[in-house]
Structure formats: structure tokens, C-alpha cells
Design a protein around this ligand. Structure first.
Ligand SMILES: [Zn+2]
Length: 179
């Protein structure tokens, strides 16, 4: 998927580094029944299919495509199979650290950690401003997977589509909803 979207070439991602990063992401999923590596891979492949067959290849920038694939594979990292309400009720340290979107903040944090791990730095050829841009997109994408946020954004998205005034290229707000 990274090769097909030309991201490996565009961002000069070393093949071995990419493989090591993917293997590390896989290893940091737990063997829970749903939020496991298979789920992350499925989400990534669905996103890839939407980009390839939904006409999004010419709408999203390379930075956005890279961010989306990284986010999809990373969005449930270290999931324990329990939801945010559960973390709050058992007063888990993570719930004290992040009072809202508890698990999503943790997934994002794990994602950042892996991107910065030695030998897994797939973004190492980006300039500091490019890196900051990609990370911001990744953060937004992963935090948006909190269902409490997702359903609100989903409604907004459908309203934009139904209004017939969707402008994916010119309107940053619309584009953000699409991502
Ligand atoms: Zn998920």
C-alpha cells in the first residue's frame, strides 16, 4: 500500500525501516478479540481501497495519504479490549492522564513512540515542518476514532455531502471531515 501510493519513493522511506516499523506496530497490538493487528490492517486496507477506488488519490496530498496509512495501522495500538468508560470506572492511570478520549490519546502516544524508535523512523527524511504537518494529521486522525467524536463528525460529514456544497479541494474544514 505504501509502495502503491508512491509514498516510499516520495518520502524516501528505506524498505527495511518500513518493514521494521510495520513489524513493531504489529507487535504492539495485543491478542484481544477485536482491536488487534488484524483489525488495524483491515482498517488500513479499507482506507487504501477508498483512496484508490473512490477518486481520493487526486484529492489528498501525499502528506495526507502517508498520514492516513500510518494512522490506520496505528489507531488502536496497545488496545486492551475495554472502552474509555471502563478505564474511567476502574480509575486506570491512563484515565487520570487523559480525562477525555483516554484510549485514543494512548494509541496516538504509542504511535509517536514507534515512529521515533531506533530503526523504525519511516519519517526521517521529512523536514521538521513536514514532520510536524504529518504528525498533526496523524494526531487528528487517531483522536477522531473516539466514537464519541466520530459520530458527531459523521453527521457533519453527511450534512456537507447532502448540502451539495462539498468542496474537498478548496475548503479545509470539508477536507478535514473527509479525512
Ligand atoms: Zn479501531
Amino acid at each position: 500500500m505504501f509502495i502503491d501510493l508512491n509514498l516510499v519513493e516520495k518520502f524516501r522511506i528505506n524498505h527495511e525501516v518500513l518493514c521494521r516499523w510495520v513489524a513493531s506496530v504489529k507487535r504492539n497490538y495485543r491478542p484481544v478479540s477485536y482491536h488487534n493487528w488484524r483489525h488495524a490492517f483491515n482498517v488500513c486496507q479499507s482506507c487504501f481501497c477508498m483512496i484508490k477506488t473512490g477518486g481520493l488519490e487526486s484529492i489528498f496530498s501525499d502528506y495526507e495519504k502517508l498520514s492516513l496509512l500510518v494512522s490506520c495501522l496505528s489507531h488502536d495500538l496497545d488496545h486492551r479490549g475495554t472502552n474509555n468508560a471502563f478505564q474511567a470506572k476502574i480509575e486506570h492511570p491512563l484515565a487520570r492522564l487523559y480525562s477525555t478520549s483516554t484510549m485514543e490519546h494512548h494509541h496516538y502516544n504509542q504511535c509517536l513512540m514507534l515512529l521515533q524508535s531506533e530503526g523504525c523512523e519511516i519519517l526521517s527524511h521529512l523536514t521538521s515542518s513536514e514532520y510536524a504537518h504529518v504528525i498533526k494529521l496523524v494526531q487528528h486522525a487517531i483522536l477522531s476514532t473516539d466514537l464519541a467524536i466520530y459520530f458527531k463528525k459523521r453527521n457533519e460529514f453527511f450534512n456537507v455531502v447532502k448540502s451539495g456544497a462539498a468542496d474537498w479541494l478548496g475548503n479545509d474544514g470539508h477536507r478535514e471531515l473527509l479525512r
